[in-house]
Design a protein around this ligand. Structure first.
Ligand code: NI
Length: 150
């Protein structure tokens, strides 16, 4: 597994809309594993492909319930709200309070190309909303009520 460099701050790729993945190939599977390794090494709970310079709709998360790899994730059925502090591996040194849905439904393909669908709540729901935002070129500082030094 490789540890990939994380794109920071004003890098243009963080502001692009990422492209759908047409097929979950071995190469995509390896990229997801490298993303997980990179996320764990940086002590993050989520990472999106644009953060490692890949303009693809891929995210990995682990909020302490085990690793989750998602290809072309789509969120819907947003319910309730939660307000809590967020940070981002691409924006070291700053945090902010972000209002997110408390509960979302997730549809995606897993690292083997198998369709998955589940309801996420709490921290997992927050993390998935943050990561899917990355796929649309949105950073948490765009949504934060107050951004401050970490
Ligand atoms: Ni982030």
């Amino acid at each position: 597994m490789a540890q990939l460099p994380i794109k920071k701050g004003t890098d243009g790729i963080l502001r692009q809309r990422a492209k759908p993945v047409p097929k979950v190939t071995k190469k995509i599977n390896k990229l997801l594993k490298d993303m997980l390794h990179t996320m764990y090494s940086a002590q993050g709970v989520g990472l999106a492909a644009p953060q490692v310079g890949k303009n693809l709709r891929l995210v990995v998360v682990d909020v302490g319930e085990g690793p989750l790899c998602l290809v072309n994730p789509v969120l819907d059925q947003f319910e309730g709200t939660q307000l809590d502090q967020e940070g981002c591996l691409s924006l070291p040194g700053v945090v902010g309070d972000v209002r997110r849905a408390a509960k979302v439904r997730v549809e995606a393909l897993d690292e083997n190309g198998k369709p998955v669908r589940f309801i996420a709540e709490g921290l997992l729901a927050r993390c998935l909303q943050h990561e899917v935002d990355h796929l649309d070129g949105i950073l948490f500082i765009d949504r934060a009520i107050k951004v401050r030094e970490a």
